[in-house]
Ligand binder design. Structure first.
Ligand code: ADP
Ligand code: PSU
Length: 297
């Protein structure tokens, strides 16, 4: 039986392959270390975080029918996600992301999302054929979407009647792909979640504060934005309103995943009916608890 989802996540669902060594690494290093494989891709990371807040995501992505794909889908199902609408292909291998981390931080990473890119609009079929929606009755719930999709597909989505009623929550995939999101910025129901660096990349500028960044994104036609800035003030802006709040001060023990936690907590707060101010506070509170390591991963 298909579990009932309350949000859709569209974008990369793949395996992260991460090599870690304690040494200082540089070009050409060849050192002993650990190599792990875990579910990743921005849409999947958001989906996993949404699960922590009690939401049930349905995934729209492309996953191969290879062994890696079968294991990935089984893992998503085990985590309580709805996998029935994923585009499965016998011709496309399951995508992968590979990163090398040394004692001196991330050395380099490569995102191979070729299958997602090749599948294109096929990943959206369930929003069209009546299973999740159709042109006559477009899906009217929340959708989290990542910037791993091709620019062409993001442009199509921005104009598509299939997305006209959706509550679109948009997240960039990586600094290099931030610009792909331009077409979705002005979507009538779009909310963009970015950190200060990503906001700068999207505006081809640099910002000192989240307020400045939010104002610049609004000036570029955004419908609604949330800009975070680590331990400094975060800002929510819509045409005519702007709201800045300071995150609770905490001892920081981890930062990877802080942005995903902020986004998922904010969506969860709004879905339960919190006011804009309360939703922003709730997201900052959840991110503070997360970065201070008080909850299990
Ligand atoms: N050093 C910090 N102190 C307190 N809160 C933090 C810190 N770093 C991150 N956070 C919390 O996580 C949120 C997102 O962090 P940020 O670093 O802006 O995003 P990302 O993880 O996308 O780079 C912040 O708005 C804040 O609530
Ligand atoms: O172009 C991309 N880069 C990175 C990711 C994903 O983002 C996460 C790593 O991001 P960060 O370095 O910001 O933690 C990984 O799970 C990886 O799969 C992605 O989907 N697409």
């Amino acid at each position: 039986m298909t579990a009932t989802h309350n949000i859709i996540c569209i974008g990369s669902v793949l395996w992260d392959v991460i090599g870690r060594a304690p040494n200082h690494l540089s070009v050409g290093s060849d050192v002993p270390g650990r190599i792990t494989r875990l579910p990743g891709g921005v849409a999947m990371n958001i989906a996993m975080t949404l699960r922590r807040f009690g939401l049930v995501p349905a995934l729209l992505s492309a996953i191969g029918e290879d062994e890696e794909g079968r294991e990935l889908v089984a893992t998503c199902t085990r985590m309580g996600m709805v996998t029935d609408y994923i585009y499965r292909s016998a011709d496309l291998p399951t995508d992968r992301y590979m990163a090398v981390e040394g004692g001196n931080g991330l050395i380099a990473a490569i995102a191979d999302a070729h299958s997602l890119e090749a599948a294109g609009a096929k990943i959206l079929t369930a929003l069209e054929d009546g299973r999740l929606g159709s042109a006559k009755a477009p899906y009217a719930g929340p959708i989290a979407i990542d910037g791993n999709l091709t620019e062409e597909l993001l442009q199509e989505i921005a104009k598509s009647p299939l997305f006209a009623n959706a509550d679109l929550r948009i997240a960039p995939a990586s600094p290099g792909k931030a610009e792909r999101l331009q077409p979705l910025l002005g979507h009538q129901n779009g909310t963009l979640y970015v950190n200060l660096e990503e906001a700068g990349l999207m505006c081809l500028s640099t910002f000192e504060t989240s307020r400045q960044a939010a104002e610049a994104l609004m000036a570029r036609g955004a419908h609604r934005v949330l800009v975070t800035n680590g331990g400094e003030d975060a800002t929510m802006a819509t045409p005519g309103t702007i709201c800045c709040q300071t995150p609770p001060p905490v001892m920081v023990t981890r930062v990877t995943g802080a942005g995903d936690t902020f986004m998922a907590a904010h969506i969860a707060a709004e879905l339960r009916g919190d006011s804009p101010d309360d939703a922003l506070s709730a997201a900052l509170k959840a991110a503070a608890v997360y970065v201070s390591g008080e909850t299990p991963l």
